[in-house]
Design a protein around this ligand. Sequence first.
Ligand SMILES: *Cc1c(COP(=O)(O)O)cnc(C)c1O
Length: 394
Amino acid sequence: MPNSPSTFQRRSTFLPFSPPSISEEEIAAVVETLRSEWITTGPKTKEFEQLFADYIGASAALALNSCTGGLHIALAALGIGPGDEVITTPITFACSANVIEHVGATPILADVEPETLTLDLQQVAQKITARTKAIMPVHFAGHPAEMRPLLDLAAQHRLFVIEDAAHALPAKYEGQMIGTLSDFTAFSFYATKNLTTAEGGMLTGAPERIAEARLWSLHGMNRDAWKRYSSEGSWYYEVVLPGFKYNMTDIQAALGIVQLRRLSEFQARRRAIVAQYQAAFSALEALQVPVERPNVEHAWHLYTLRLNLEQLRITRAQFIEELKARNIATSVHFIPIHLHPYYRDRYGWRPEDFPVAYWEYQRLVSLPLHPRLSDADVADVINAVYDVVSVFRR
Ligand SMILES: *Cc1c(COP(=O)(O)O)cnc(C)c1O
């Protein structure tokens, strides 16, 4: 439990932010695939897609080499392109907006709600025009956006909904799994995510939609490559649209299959760590802790604190430096889209155009949260944060 400043002991090694949780089982599965006769998209990828769809309760799933690729082909498969507008949030990783540019459409930002930093639906409603084609919510940190009113708003205006669920595996909204609610949902298996294949992603949706996305994911070819090379296969294929190259390899899928089996164990550990953080940090006036609303199940991909800066003598950047000096890694999720030079200059966005995102960004800091943290590591994080707060309290 929290120390007094005079007793603070810096941990002896640097605590990393989010290393992968890879066991001998994943290593054996990858080696077995490497020794097999098929290493790229093939039987392991098919198996992973099926297991993932079953886990989520989705009617179809498409394994990919990234979540970014999934968001891109979701837009392509829905026919979104030049002249169209897609509404998304400033509090996300750049790729959510980049993919809208990739298809030639225009990203329209709507500000976030202060409590969860997910899309504020009143702001979204104000941004809808005759050109709007889709809404792209991001389930920030693993807390689902308010999907019921969002889906209602989309239905009212005949808009598609594409969810960026890079953080939201597994998460629930009103008892339903994220991945079953909208036109397309894209998950990420990037190295730091709740389930990893080093790089990778999965798109879920209705079977016809996933079939269309599958064409876009692999050159627009109307037959899977691995079927062409198998005994029942044929050399013949047709290219029916100018697709991309976003397929997952069997090496990644072998890793993913084992990770999916371990996911509930990972999540239990994440929740136990979050419970310790919440108990410790809600006692400090200088900090605002994250919420889990009663109608959701949070995936707890990130644990994000907000600094009550008026109570501290240091900025967020200095807070991060102080934790680093105490051997604790942190990160910031996210530098808002509209502050990045490309978007700022292209659309003339000013910081105050999205005041909630801009204000909250300046006081956000993410602490280490991953299944490999021991209780001693968690205590080190708590003690270091307490020390910084007590030394720099106003
Ligand atoms: C990680 C992340 C992505 C991208 O995932 P990739 O699999 O690396 O493409 C997309 N959106 C958000 C919010 C993310 O954090």
